[in-house]
Ligand binder design. Structure first.
Ligand SMILES: C[S@@+](CC[C@H](N)C(=O)[O-])C[C@H]1O[C@@H](n2cnc3c(N)ncnc32)[C@H](O)[C@@H]1O
Ligand code: SF4
Length: 377
């Protein structure tokens, strides 16, 4: 078995952003202590079933983990440490929102062994931050970033969002260049997606807001690639760029179909054969665990074909692509047929070389459509 990742979902936010469909609640900080106790219980229950995995990454995400104080985070780490062998952990990330992570707190996080910080910058343009309903300013980003450096973090990621309604190409270029100046080790540049059950979805549906046209989207993609490359950030996944050897090892677990264990409401887990998801409801999660019950809502066996389709789908999103040898012998004929079809439909966008399939830079614009074309049935 390859090494695996641990994900902890912290489902609390100060306010809900219009575009976000990650599970989180607002105005319920008085439930944090109950949640932490439930989480510790889940970590304990699960450790009876998962006994022989080796973990090398931990990711505390959300929601807004930086709302937690160091003592709450310490309790979670202690629970993990009591039940799992954490001696092989090489990357330990926590997410922080700009303006919500003071230097003292970041110092405490760092002293707990957390060695990577992921800051949700999103944009440096005040009008776009406002549109996205973010509650931080450009200055908050600079301050939080400097606090993180002062606290000792040498591995920092910053998330940016582009393809925002009313965003110009110059706005985006300015965001990329501004971020490159503060020089984080890793940049995630996400294209804004309209998720169901968000305020943004309703605004697009009732035509109050219009998303940028596909053509503009592709121009945004091109600017992202060229500007970040100029600043020594190499793309390794559609939305992810890093300085040498600073790729996010935790996210690579997801993209390479490695195992991972998720704790907290809405968290997912995967053991190569099965995938299971927790309830996306804080009160249900707490109540189930208080009564000694499992918080797992769905449990799916993954068929061989589903697994291969995931290897293809995630693989095409990575610049290195995927190894053809991961396709089992009895599916090779069907795979070659799909590949031929995909090459006809998307000419000069698919590269087959050294036993790998990968996409060209232009092909990356159509990664999802190409994956659909290559899907095995
Ligand atoms: C779930 S958030 C958690 C991090 C933190 N709470 C924050 O907002 O900064 C992780 C990242 O997902 C990205 N994200 C969330 N919803 C998105 C959407 N609809 N489109 C593009 N990116 C999105 C944002 O860049 C965000 O930083
Ligand atoms: S983007 Fe971050 S802060 Fe905004 S609602 Fe989602 S998790 Fe919370």
């Amino acid at each position: 078995m390859k090494t695996a990742g641990i994900y902890i979902h912290i489902p609390f936010c100060k306010s809900k952003c219009i575009y976000c469909d990650f599970y989180s609640v607002t105005g319920q900080n008085e439930r944090i202590e109950y949640f932490v106790n439930a989480l510790i219980h889940e970590i304990e229950i699960c450790s009876n079933k998962i006994t022989d995995w080796t973990f090398d990454t931990i990711f505390i995400g959300g929601g807004t983990p930086s709302l937690f104080n160091a003592h709450q985070v310490e309790k979670i780490i202690e629970a993990l440490n009591n039940r799992y062998d954490l001696s092989s952990i090489i990357e330990f990330t926590i997410e922080a929102n700009p303006g919500e992570a003071p230097k003292e707190k970041l110092k405490d996080f760092y002293s707990l062994g957390i060695n990577r910080l992921s800051i949700g910058v999103q944009s440096f343009q005040s009008s776009l931050l406002q549109f996205l309903s973010r509650i931080h300013s450009k200055e908050d980003v600079f301050k939080t970033f400097q606090s993180a450096r002062d606290a000792g973090f040498e591995n920092i990621n910053c998330d940016l969002i582009y393809n925002i309604p009313e965003q110009s190409l110059d706005d985006w270029l300015d965001d990329l260049n501004t971020l490159a100046i503060i020089n984080p080790e890793h940049i995630s540049a996400y294209s804004l997606t309209v998720e169901q059950d968000t305020k943004l979805f309703a605004l697009v549906q009732n035509k109050t807001v219009k998303m940028p046209a596909d053509e503009l989207h592709q121009q945004f993609n091109a600017i992202t690639y060229s500007t970040l490359q100029k600043n020594n950030y190499a793309q390794y996944e559609i939305s992810n760029y890093s300085k040498p050897n600073r790729e996010c090892l935790h996210n690579l677990h997801y993209w390479k179909n490695n195992f991972y264990l998720g704790f907290g409401p809405s968290a997912h887990s995967y053991d190569g054969k099965r995938r299971w998801n927790n309830f996306s409801d804080l009160e249900e999660y707490i109540t189930l665990l208080e009564n000694g019950k499992s918080p797992v809502e769905t449990f799916d066996e993954i068929t061989e074909i589903e697994k291969i389709n995931e290897i293809i789908g995630f693989g095409l999103r990575m610049t290195k692509g995927f190894e053809i040898s991961r396709i089992p012998l009895h599916l090779k004929t069907q795979f070659q047929k799909q590949l031929r079809q995909a090459k006809i439909k998307f000419p000069k966008m698919i590269i087959e070389k050294n036993n790998r399939i990968k996409l060209t830079q232009e092909g990356m614009n159509f990664a999802d459509a190409i994956a659909v074309e290559m899907t095995l049935v």
